[in-house]
Write a protein of this length. Structure first.
Length: 162
C-alpha cells in the first residue's frame, strides 16, 4: 500500500482483527482462509502495521539498524512473514531474524543497549504467516515448534498463526 492509498476498515477487516485479538488472548493457532483477492494480505499487513515496521527493521549493515526508527517500533507486537514460493527451508531462521531485528531496533530506539535480549520473540504477541498454503507439512511442524517453545517459556503472551 502506498502513502497515498488509505486502508478502509471494512466489516471483513474488523472480523479479521477480532480473530487476531482472540488468537492473542486465548493463545490460539488460527487459520484464516479465503479466495485470492479478498484482502487477507492487506488486512494482515495493516493489522500488524507492517508497512512501517518493515522499514524500521530493514537494514544492510549493523551501522544502519534503528536508523529510521520511531515510536511505532515500541508498540509492535506482531510479526508478519510471507512464506516463500519456492523453498521454505530457512523459514524458522527468517522468522527468528525478523523478531531479533525488531528487538534490536527497539533497544536502539530506547537507547537501552544493556537490556538487549537475544530472545527473538520477547514482546511478540502474534506471528502472521501469509501464503501458508505454500508450506509443506515439515514447515508447518517448524511453526508448531516455534509455538510450543514460546507458549510456555519466558511468559511470552503470543501464539497465533495465519
Amino acid at each position: 500500500m502506498s502513502k497515498l492509498q488509505k486502508f478502509i476498515e471494512t466489516k471483513e477487516y474488523k472480523r479479521f482483527a477480532e480473530f487476531c485479538d482472540a488468537c492473542i488472548k486465548y493463545k490460539y493457532i488460527g487459520i484464516c482462509y479465503g479466495p485470492p483477492g479478498v484482502g487477507k494480505t492487506l488486512s494482515s499487513r495493516y493489522y500488524s502495521n507492517w508497512d512501517f515496521i518493515e522499514k524500521q527493521i530493514a537494514y544492510k549493515g549493523a551501522d544502519e539498524i534503528g536508523l529510521n526508527a520511531d515510536d511505532q517500533i515500541l508498540k509492535a507486537r506482531t510479526i508478519f512473514y510471507t512464506a516463500p514460493a519456492v523453498r521454505a527451508t530457512k523459514m524458522t531462521d527468517q522468522i527468528n531474524l525478523i523478531g531479533s531485528r525488531m528487538n534490536m531496533v527497539r533497544t536502539m530506539y530506547k537507547r537501552e543497549e544493556e537490556n538487549y535480549t537475544t530472545d527473538a520473540f520477547e514482546d511478540i504477541d502474534l506471528i502472521i504467516v501469509d501464503e501458508i498454503d505454500r508450506l509443506k507439512v515439515q514447515n508447518l511442524e517448524q511453526l508448531r515448534d516455534i509455538y510450543d517453545r514460546n507458549k510456555y517459556c519466558n511468559d511470552i503472551d503470543w501464539n497465533a498463526w495465519y
